[in-house]
Ligand binder design. Structure first.
Ligand code: SF4
Length: 450
């Protein structure tokens, strides 16, 4: 294992999109984007859409944070922001010839629970009044255990939210101090109990391994405490150390971080405890009880991956609302202005705020299919036409090294990741990525695989 970690511990994307954001060609503007959206609504609108709403504010900065966030204690910012998101949504609604069917709504951030329950109520009243809600809907939000109130839960539940994802990260006080994010075991347990009482039937915990000062002992304590509260699923993320993008991460040094094999051992320890306690590993970095939809979807090959991570609602249209939100209409990606001011000004003047994006070529779409298959199902099948092309012969060649290391099996046109290949899913998926080259990887674009 140590040798494999050394060999494959290079910078690789997490593949929540393909092409990944640094390789978008950005030949897109509001007009090009809206044309792609119209085509998508015509082709896939009937299957339903997903909506992601980015709520960017947080009261204080967690130093490990890699999200697009705005730190403020001024809650007067809430209402103007929400009114602008509603305006953006109404502008999108004009493109549908009937009420869109909504499969999925996710509130992310920032901290959605920075916003008052009253303002969230106002936002959701205005978003959901013009839609038909799918019978199999999945409505979820991200929450900070330390500032989520019963009132927040009641308001969201009233609008059909029955999933909540609590950012726990780590229970050790030393780690919490280094990452400047605090929540006690009691706070977490109380809010989880309250959510369950109110009818939230899927509780997710986010944990992070690779944070400053984590060690095997503290990791075992954290994971055992998580097991005691028994969330339905756990996202066990690798800390992405990218201080060249997020200067907040310079509050600690690399000397404080568990790296390479030490970091991987933290994951392996957590994994061992989860597996012994009725959780199954799902895709990359996720664990779920066998009653959870993520587990069921994995069994039915219905797992999908998008900017929100793993999901069971594979809408081909994902509309991202709010600053920095990313939309995906299968043939194109688009991202809103990353600054709150730029976003507010654009929506109020020009109706949309597309600043970056990529219209996918046929080859991009083909390669994305294989990358998603690897990331979600741990296997993919090349068509006989693909196998004959130079492009795919080269891909098979680059997969040979993984086969020699017993990380995958190639059986004619079928590639299957083995149990020992799971830690290297990102590396294996990267073989299908035409934009990845050693030169680009050395430019500090992505976080390390391990
Ligand atoms: S980790 Fe979450 S709560 Fe902390 S600063 Fe980032 S977005 Fe805000």
């Amino acid at each position: 294992m140590i040798d494999l970690i050394k060999k494959y511990n290079v910078q690789t994307p997490r593949y929540t999109s393909y092409p990944t954001v640094p390789f978008w060609n950005n030949k897109i503007d509001n007009q090009i984007w809206l044309t792609e959206l119209e085509k998508a609504i015509e082709s896939f609108g009937g299957d339903g859409i997903s909506i992601y709403i980015h709520l960017p504010y947080c009261e204080s900065l967690c130093t490990y944070c890699a999200c697009n966030t705005r730190i403020t204690k001024n809650h007067l910012v809430e209402l103007p922001y929400i009114k602008t998101v509603i305006k953006e949504w109404k502008n999108y609604l004009n493109f549908f010839n009937k009420k869109p069917l909504v499969n999925e709504v996710h509130l992310g951030g920032g901290t959605p629970t920075f916003f008052s329950p009253g303002n969230l109520d106002y936002l959701l009243d205005n978003i959901l009044c013009d839609v038909t809600i799918s019978k199999t809907k999945s409505f979820s939000f991200e929450a900070h255990p330390a500032n989520t109130t019963t009132e927040h839960l009641k308001v969201l539940n009233k609008h059909g939210f029955d999933r909540v994802s609590f950012g726990i990260q780590d229970y050790s006080l030393k780690v919490q101090d280094a990452i400047h994010r605090f929540q006690t075991k009691e706070e977490v347990e109380n809010i989880v109990n309250k959510a369950r009482e109110l009818g939230f039937n899927s509780i997710n915990f986010d944990l992070v391994y690779g944070l400053p000062f984590q060690n095997l002992e503290s990791m075992a304590d954290t994971v055992n405490e998580v097991i005691r509260v028994k969330p339905d699923r756990v996202a066990f993320y690798s800390y992405a150390h990218v201080p060249w993008v997020k200067p907040g991460q310079r509050k600690f040094t690399e000397m404080d971080l568990p790296l390479g094999e030490d970091k991987r051992m933290l994951y392996e320890l957590g994994k061992e405890i989860f597996l012994k306690n009725s959780y199954s590993e799902i895709g990359m970095d996720h664990f779920a009880l066998n009653t959870d939809e993520l587990f069921i979807a994995k069994g039915n090959n219905r797992l999908h991956r998008n900017f929100m991570g793993y999901t069971v609602a594979p809408s081909k249209i994902l509309l991202g609302l709010g600053t920095s939100a990313v939309s995906d209409v299968y043939t194109a990606y688009a991202q809103n202005d990353k600054t709150v001011e730029g976003y507010l000004a654009d929506i109020n003047k020009a109706k949309f705020s597309i600043k970056k994006g990529h219209v996918l070529s046929t080859s991009n779409i083909e390669r994305r299919k294989h990358i998603l298959n690897i990331m979600c199902n741990l296997q993919t099948e090349l068509s006989y036409e693909e196998i004959k092309t130079e492009e795919f012969k080269n891909i098979l060649q680059s997969l040979k090294s993984f086969e020699q290391d017993a990380l995958l099996v190639i059986n004619e046109n079928k590639i299957t990741v083995t149990e020992s290949g799971k830690p290297f899913l990102r590396n294996i998926a990267a073989c299908f990525d035409e934009f990845i080259s050693n030169k680009l990887i050395s430019q500090n674009i992505f976080s390390s695989t391990v």
